[in-house]
Design a protein around this ligand. Structure first.
Ligand SMILES: Cc1ncc(COP(=O)(O)O)c(C=O)c1O
Length: 354
């Protein structure tokens, strides 16, 4: 008889954002980089092909670890690579959270953390942010069986963040590791990577999907104390990163000129995009990420999302039903200046015709 584990059969499953594959569109729904990645990638992949794809890749992706170590000033033993940061989050959850144990996350935040708990048949505690997207004391409170706490910083969907001081304080008050998910930290003024050197309870995750323009490649990494990295290695797939992605990610992270220029462009666009959306009547929050969270309780945001989609402009319509005012919002990624100008014009047209 076919028996599916009860927790799997009962879980809804994580639903990724829409990924249209054909046609031309403006894609502002999954926080990708609007620019092509570093030009060094093609040659790096070609060299990997010439070295031979008939051989297995380096299971530890050491060339990438060495490159990241130099850039971040953290020893290579503190770094582990993964097949996207979702792979890293899976490894962390499997390492720390067992059946009936508890994983904590803020609400609203990245929905995948909850799905990872469900896969483990573990419990998840979603602790609401306050009205200003600040953590409440409940987030710091030790509870029975609490094994892992996730904090996206900057947070999605809000783009808000805690300071390094606040992260350190939070880690000190928790009875378990704190994972600072820094998928969007390259767009912010500061990050927490070096905190892993002073506090073994702090684990920092990163992705190449957003700030390096490599969502299609699948490459993420984690910074943690070497004692923890050793445990993660037992949990990960033996070859969780393939030879092409290791070569491409290593070349991309070393191209600092591409990186600085691209982050500069995205931050500049973000700088005028947020007031432009606020001028249209959206309620926005100052963002430290590459997206803006837009709410407006008097409007039908789903209708705006659908009307934009009908014109091949994709934004993310999100509903957090236990959040204030029904929890509806549009999370709009920062695109090129031209893409954002078109978006603003189209929203104006929609408003005029309503
Ligand atoms: C907060 C957060 N963490 C992690 C990820 C996953 O990134 P990756 O593409 O590396 O799996 C995302 C993707 O949207 C995200 O928003």
């Amino acid at each position: 008889m076919l028996t599916i584990r009860k927790n799997i059969a009962e879980m809804p499953g994580y639903v990724p954002g829409e990924q249209p594959q054909a046609g031309t569109f403006i894609k502002l729904n999954t926080n990708e980089c609007p620019y092509k990645p570093s030009g060094r990638i093609a040659a790096a992949c070609q060299a990997a092909i010439e070295r031979g794809l008939n051989r297995y890749p380096d299971p530890m992706a050491n060339s990438f670890r060495r490159a990241a170590s130099e850039i971040f000033g953290v020893p290579a033993e503190y770094i582990l690579a993964g097949n996207g940061s979702d792979d890293i989050l899976t490894i962390l959850t499997r390492t720390f959270v067992g059946e009936n144990e508890t994983l904590r996350l803020p609400y609203p935040s990245y929905i995948l953390y909850k799905s990872l708990a469900q896969l483990q048949n573990a419990k998840s505690e979603e602790i609401p942010f306050d009205e200003d997207w600040r953590l409440t004391p409940a987030f710091r409170a030790p509870t029975k069986d609490l094994k892992l706490v996730y904090l996206p910083n900057p947070n999605s969907p809000s783009g808000t963040r805690l300071t390094r001081g606040e992260v350190l304080e939070l880690a000190d008050s928790l009875p378990c590791p704190l994972v600072v998910d820094e998928a969007y930290a390259d767009f912010a003024d500061e990050n927490c990577v070096d905190l892993v050197l002073e506090n073994k309870n702090i684990i920092v995750t990163r992705t190449m999907s957003k700030s390096y323009g490599l969502a299609g490649l699948r490459f993420g990494f984690v910074f943690a104390h070497p004692d923890l990295i050793q445990e993660f290695v037992k949990v990960k797939d033996s070859y969780n990163c393939d030879a092409l992605s290791i070569a491409a990610a290593t070349a991309a992270i070393q191209d600092r000129e591409w990186f600085e220029e691209t982050i500069g462009k995205i931050r500049k666009t973000r700088g005028w995009m947020e007031p432009a959306l606020a001028e249209l009547g959206f309620h926005t929050v100052p963002s430290h990420a590459n997206f803006i969270w837009c709410t407006q309780k008097d409007w039908d945001l789903k209708e705006i999302y659908l009307k934009l989609k009908a014109q091949n402009i994709f934004v993310r319509y999100m509903v957090y039903d236990r959040w204030k005012d029904g929890g509806c919002g549009l999370r709009i990624s920062v695109g090129t200046d031209e893409e954002v100008r078109t978006l603003i014009e189209k929203i104006k047209e929609i408003q005029k015709n309503n």
